[in-house]
Design a protein around this ligand. Structure first.
Ligand SMILES: Cc1cc2nc3c(=O)[nH]c(=O)nc-3n(C[C@H](O)[C@H](O)[C@H](O)COP(=O)(O)OP(=O)(O)OC[C@H]3O[C@@H](n4cnc5c(N)ncnc54)[C@H](O)[C@@H]3O)c2cc1C
Length: 385
């Protein structure tokens, strides 16, 4: 069995390590520059899980991940926290309804039969807390819901170590050494050199930077996402579905007795890896919440508890999975563009197949191949990011 070095021990690296060791690989080393699990984006994720996507490959990844999440505690150990509270998309224009309907056609073709259109009356029943004014309808899937990002990360890490993998914290990779044929022979770190038969780039939002250090182009860029968190409150039930306004992407959920409010904005101009929480943004998102969910009118945002993190964007907002172009033993599991926790169980499974068998067999991953950008064969980008 080859020695495989995985760069980054977030949920992606951990999932790959678990799937490789489950298949009998014992010589698996995870290197992470953080001091402990959760140094990257995984610990900052809000924990949504959905299969309501607009492309077949993303629906398929979610359905594979769902199967694996349903048996996570028996198969991997630990608590992935998957609860089927649903995802409710709200539309306030015909264009938005059309976007949701077109996506649903794809979802049904992939077997997500429970995804359905909803009327304003359905919306009032599914989430009575939302103001109905201006809502024309929407989309709902009851098997979407929530997961625990750190439960999944820790479950995969503990399981991988139990199956023979090694994890080194405080180990920053700076690049790779390659032979004359272009194959990686070693990873370079700040403290030395680690020989490797194969290397995985699982560095999340930093994957593009790390790739540059390896002399490769992996088109992943960081994008700040901010989360405003209310003070503890019981004005909304913990069973409330993730509720998303399709038009501007404002969405909210209840987690651990607080309400999380999100609304996508650009990152910090000129400083894409910076992740401050912008005070004016907090005011704006809180205002949206009060207008759209009147029960939140008297519930203030806890600015100290609010946070931001980085999405790992690819040019077409789909994952990049497979062999790095020009380097046959360097593998990529990057660019999930903000869906990485929910898709990690599937992507780790598929990348282990690519590494050990030469190709994925559980799903056709052609649409995720790293070479698609150079070939001009991007995936469709939709409002359902
Ligand atoms: C606010 C927010 C909300 C989100 N909500 C959701 C959600 O609801 N559902 C969902 O599925 N996803 C969500 N995401 C996205 C999700 O967090 C990511 O897609 C996922 O965590 C990516 O996992 P990863 O392992 O690739 O990256 P990370 O968790 O960032 O792990 C990468 C690791 O690589 C390490 N690293 C980086 N560079 C190096 C180096 N040179 N050498 C060694 N180690 C290195 C880092 O320390 C880090 O530990 C959210 C993200 C944010 C920011």
């Amino acid at each position: 069995m080859p020695s495989i070095v995985i760069l980054g021990a977030g949920v992606m690296g951990a999932s790959v390590a678990w799937h490789l060791t489950s298949r009998g690989c014992r010589d698996v080393l995870l290197l992470d520059r953080g001091a402990a699990p959760g140094a990257g984006s995984t610990s900052r994720a809000t924990g949504g899980f959905r299969a309501q996507y607009a492309t077949a490959i993303n629906v398929r990844l979610s359905l594979l991940a769902r199967q694996k999440l349903l048996r996570f505690s028996e198969e991997v150990g630990g608590d992935c926290g998957y609860v089927q509270s649903g995802y409710l998309w709200l539309a306030s224009s015909q264009t938005e309804l059309d976007v949701l309907r077109e996506a649903r056609v794809i979802q049904h073709a992939e077997g997500l039969d429970e995804a359905c259109a909803v009327t304003p009356d359905d919306v009032a029943r599914i989430n009575p807390a939302v103001v109905r004014d201006g809502i024309l309808g929407g989309a709902y899937c009851p098997t979407d819901g929530f997961i625990r990002p750190l439960g999944i990360l820790q479950g995969y890490l503990d399981g991988a170590v139990g199956q023979g993998a090694t994890v080194q914290w405080g180990a920053e990779a700076t690049g790779v050494e390659r032979d004359a044929a272009g194959r990686v022979v070693a990873v370079t770190t700040r403290s030395g050199r680690v020989a490797a038969d194969a290397v995985v780039n699982a560095a999340g939002a930093w994957a593009g930077e790390l790739a540059r250090g390896c002399g490769l182009d992996v088109p992943v860029t960081p994008l700040r996402r901010q989360v405003a968190v209310t003070v503890p409150t019981d004005v909304l039930p913990s069973s409330m579905p993730m509720t998303i306004f399709t038009g501007d992407g404002f969405h909210l959920r209840v987690r651990d007795g607080r309400v999380l409010l999100l609304w996508p904005t650009p990152g910090v101009p000129g400083a894409p890896f910076e992740m401050p929480v912008d005070s004016a943004w907090v005011d704006a998102v809180a205002g949206k919440a009060r207008m759209r969910v009147p029960a939140l009118a008297g519930v203030v945002v806890d600015r100290e508890a609010s946070w931001a993190g980085l999405y790992e964007m690819s040019p077409d907002r789909h994952a990049i999975l497979g062999v790095a172009p020009g380097c046959p033993n360097l593998f990529l599991i990057n660019g999930s563009s903000g869906h990485g926790v929910m898709h990690a169980p599937a992507l780790g499974h598929l990348l282990a197949e690519v590494i050990l068998d030469g190709a994925a067999s559980t799903l056709d991953t052609t649409r995720l191949r790293p070479s698609r950008f150079a070939e001009g064969d991007w995936n469709a980008v939709s409002e359902l990011l």
